[in-house]
Design a binder for this molecule. Structure first.
Ligand code: F6P
Length: 390
């Protein structure tokens, strides 16, 4: 990461971390500020960050290098994508990073967040910085002034990434403009595409399974059964829940009738996605778990051993579901209105796993009960969760 403080680096870095690890790469995020807080203490005056403060400059370099050492140690132990979250505002620092990456054979992509809009910067400081351990015991106004003074110190030495520094992406004014240069390869290109969608927003996301279906009642999996009376009641309650919170929710469902019927009381503006259909249980569609165990004991045992990778004969695995949900994730990142997704047990587990940064193989075991709305509200670091049983 590159950029002055309060430009959204950590917000972007954490999003990238969740996305890349959800895609299946071993990912680590290190934040140099955390090293500084742990080793020198959180409370430092703005002058501590002055580029020409001879007493602190070496110490700050030391923290930056300690974080980088940890990242490279982790690469050596098999890590795949490292996110180095620091201002990296000076060319000299970036040169060191480039040299170390070249020596270790690690390709590098600079992601620079740029913003000169004082309104966005001030809002970012108020929202994300005043609660830092750096400002415990200080009034909000004093902390605000101090953080601005800190930024001014960094600005004295800041030099944006140049065309001669290798691959980069620059995100200008929270996504208004995206500039990329010399981006090569599949992961980096996919990442740039992802970065083009993300927007800071505070709108909630609501995840829900469909209302109870006739198949749920008898324990059969898959299929396209209608809702039960209870399921229909849930659909009405869900509509009231959403209407009480917003007048303009975006509503996405799968194409299966139990999901579309659950969203129906919300009105006409519902988008049905094939990508949100339940995991395809192939030859097991319509069976109960007991029937699968009796008729296909080896498959049943194989799924119990590795539920994430197990693929139903002529059907899907959770790993397959992750791949097909990617367009939904990208749209979700782009959308600024509140979003309600009405899906199914496996797909909601996977979406929840992405948003909450769960390791891939935990997804198949997450608890997502029927008739429960999972509300996720964005923060700088991820999402805050609240559940409502209706
Ligand atoms: O039982 C409801 C259901 O949505 C099935 O259609 C689907 O196969 C299953 O849940 C997914 O859950 P699990 O992966 O735990 O079997």
């Amino acid at each position: 990461m590159v950029g002055l403080p309060a430009r959204g680096k950590t917000f972007v870095a954490r999003k990238v971390q969740r996305y890349v690890s959800w895609l299946g790469y071993q990912t680590l995020w290190v934040n140099v500020g955390d090293y500084r807080r742990a080793r020198a203490g959180a409370k430092q005056p703005a002058g501590y960050f002055a580029p020409d403060n001879a007493a602190t400059r070496g110490e700050r370099e030391g923290f930056a290098m300690a974080a980088l050492d940890d990242l490279f140690g982790w690469f050596q132990a098999g890590g795949e994508v490292g996110i180095y979250d620091a201002t990296n505002a000076e060319r000299a620092r970036r040169n060191i990073i480039r040299q170390r990456c070249a020596a270790a054979g690690v390709p590098i992509l600079f992601v620079e967040t740029i913003c000169d809009d004082p309104m966005i910067i001030d809002a970012n400081i108020r929202r994300n910085k005043l609660g830092l351990p750096d400002y415990v015991g200080m009034t909000a106004d004093d902390a605000f002034r101090d953080f601005r003074a800190r930024i001014a110190q960094y600005a004295r030495a800041y030099v944006p990434v140049g065309d001669d520094e290798g691959s980069y992406v620059k995100l200008v004014d929270a996504g208004r403009q995206v500039i990329s240069s010399r981006v090569e390869g599949y992961v980096s290109s996919r990442l740039v595409f992802f970065l083009m969608q993300i927007r800071p927003t505070d709108r909630p996301i609501w995840l829900s399974r469909h209302g109870e279906s006739e198949f749920n009642l008898v324990g059969r999996i898959g299929g396209d059964a209608p809702l039960t009376t209870h399921g229909k009641e849930y659909a009405e309650l869900l509509a009231s829940f959403v209407r009480a919170r917003t007048a303009h929710a975006v509503v996405w469902t799968s194409t299966l009738q139990r999901a579309t019927a659950t969203a129906a009381p919300l009105g006409h503006d519902v988008q049905a996605w094939r990508a949100l259909d339940e995991i395809d249980a192939g030859v097991c569609e319509g069976l109960t778990y007991d029937e699968i165990k009796a008729q296909m004991p080896e498959d049943f045992a194989a799924r119990a051993r590795d539920k994430f990778r197990y693929r139903y004969p002529r059907g899907e695995s959770y790993a397959d579901v992750i791949q097909r949900l990617e367009p939904v994730i990208v749209e979700l990142e782009r959308e600024r209105s509140p979003v309600l997704i009405v899906g199914h047990q496996a797909v909601i587990r996977v979406l929840y796993g992405y948003l909450m940064g769960k390791p891939q193989d935990e997804c198949p075991h997450l608890q997502i009960p029927l008739h429960t709305v999972v509300q996720l509200t964005p923060t700088e670091y991820g999402y805050q969760e609240e559940r409502f049983a209706l």
